[in-house]
Design a binder for this molecule. Structure first.
Ligand code: ADP
Ligand code: MG
Length: 238
């Protein structure tokens, strides 16, 4: 668990500023959801927190430590993407343990962590299968498992459910919620689906054109949207 603090974060690609000064204090253990229309900068913001994009200006702290220019591997974060390429030639067990093996962890500890994640995600029966012998939902659970085994302080999710069918999405949403209750890890979750945002978030950050429009609990945003954009996005009749 760790708190995450964004201070006047900006991102410029060429001459275009796509993140225009974002300030945000995320509490340790909080489930934060970024919502906003396509192209508003959700993924870019997440990738800057992960260290996959340089921060053009401003600063980032995780767990009270300045991480603005820190190596991604040293930030204590794990990220789950929408397209979660699993290694096709590896079993579920090997897919989940790979990053740990790569980092030089011993076999026994890797097995302990993989089993713990498999239990949590109900993947135990599938540990020896290859990805092609899994359903879409099971594959996405393996992708989440790969993040869990790293015992991160912060989980980042970029639209992790948007490739799944509607029924499975509802099911996985409940699983993610249960996972958060259990691990109490800080989670930063990107989606363009307002129902997903409303059900998962402790607080929602509404983004528009690289800026924060409003931050609040789902209820606050629903009852007192700051403007018509937020109202339209959250679906309040206001
Ligand atoms: P979202 O995830 O909210 O859909 P993105 O963060 O992917 O939005 O993109 C925000 C803006 O930044 C978009 O206008 C996009 O075209 C632009 N952008 C993202 N990545 C790059 C890049 N590597 N080079 C240039 N422009 C980019
Ligand atoms: Mg995106």
């Amino acid at each position: 668990m760790a708190d995450v603090s964004l201070n006047e974060i900006r991102k410029t690609f060429g001459a275009v500023e796509v993140i225009k000064g974002v300030d945000l204090d995320i509490k340790s253990g909080e489930f934060i959801v970024f919502v906003g229309p396509s192209g508003c900068g959700k993924s870019t913001l997440l990738r800057m927190i992960a260290g996959l994009e340089d921060i053009t200006a401003g600063s980032l702290a995780i767990g009270g430590k300045d991480m603005t220019d820190e190596d991604p591997a040293k930030r204590g974060i794990a990220m789950v993407f929408q397209t979660y390429a699993l290694y096709p030639h590896m079993t579920v067990r090997e897919n989940m343990g790979f990053a740990l093996r790569f980092a030089g962890m011993n076999k026994k500890e890797i097995e302990t962590r993989v089993m713990e994640a498999a239990r949590m995600l109900e993947l135990e029966p599938y540990l020896d299968r290859k990805p092609k012998a899994l359903s879409g939902g099971q594959r996405q659970r393996v992708a989440i498992g790969r993040a869990i085994v790293r015992h991160p302080d912060v989980f980042l999710f970029d639209e992790p459910l948007s490739n799944l069918d509607a029924e499975l999405r509802v099911h996985m949403r409940a699983e993610l919620s249960a996972l958060h209750d259990r691990l109490k890890t800080t989670m930063i979750y990107v989606t363009h689906d307002q129902v997903e945002a409303m059900t998962l978030a402790d607080r929602i950050v509404v983004l528009r054109g690289g800026k924060v429009e409003q931050i609040g609990t789902p209820l606050e945003l629903f009852n007192t949207p700051a403007n018509l954009f937020v109202a339209g996005f959250i679906g309040s009749p206001a």
